[in-house]
Write a protein that binds this ligand. Sequence first.
Ligand SMILES: Nc1ncnc2c1ncn2[C@@H]1O[C@H](COP(=O)(O)OP(=O)(O)OP(=O)(O)O)[C@@H](O)[C@H]1O
Length: 260
Amino acid sequence: MSYLSIEQLDMSFTRGKVSSQVLKGINLRIDQGEFLSIIGHSGCGKSTVLNIIAGLLEPSLGVVILDGKEVSGPGPDRGMVFQNHSLLPWLTVFENVEVAVNKVFKRSMGRRERREWVEHNLKLVNMGHALHKYPQEISGGMKQRVGIARALAMKPKVLLLDEPFGALDALTRAHLQDEVMRIQADLGNTMMMITHDVDEAVLLSDRIVMMTNGPSATIGEILTVDLPRPRDRIALADDPEYNRCRRAVLSFLHDRHRLH
Ligand SMILES: Nc1ncnc2c1ncn2[C@@H]1O[C@H](COP(=O)(O)OP(=O)(O)OP(=O)(O)O)[C@@H](O)[C@H]1O
């Protein structure tokens, strides 16, 4: 059985008497430790898929099963990272992560152990130097690091990343992509990421899920990225398999499923 499976998912939003179908017949199976990206044109329903897995939205039809258990609401077994950091401005970097850790591990970890765990996770994303800074005192990339640390600190079974690097400049983005790859290699996390960036999808993913345009969007194709890890962005620029994958995604998005 797959670690995470999405079975026959349909989603419609209803306003008044008008109902619009956003997703139709989404089926997906994800293995433990896999890195999966979802790519597709704006508005096709990528965030809706992620929000259903997170338990923030209830699907009109179908189920999500994580580690043998049906998803029926939000929970700490699914960590989320959003494009725009969602840190609490009145708490320090340390406290932002601590709030989540206290919520999940108040009973199972002692006070000191929890504090060490918060620090450990912030060090993991190279934020050990800024524990007592407030969100407004750190850069956008640093805020995203804290968001990632906070999600990881809950020891989620799957990490859901909704365009986590979308608001960052190219250099910061590259640094964070490398860090996420390093963390995933170290910890073996199962990750699902939404992106609009073809290079990012190919660099990070084991598989890329390409969605058709809405309404009633579904999975058009799934591409397996057969590149060894660790992956080096510079070396991959001339790699035939890297370029084959890149072309396949670009062709899906721009030739076969262009927006009219
Ligand atoms: N709560 C909601 N109520 C009504 N319609 C919604 C709701 N959430 C999303 N939609 C609609 O569902 C469709 C898919 O939205 P979604 O945000 O999932 O797309 P997306 O692929 O993530 O877009 P983008 O790439 O621009 O972030 C859109 O047409 C959107 O307007």
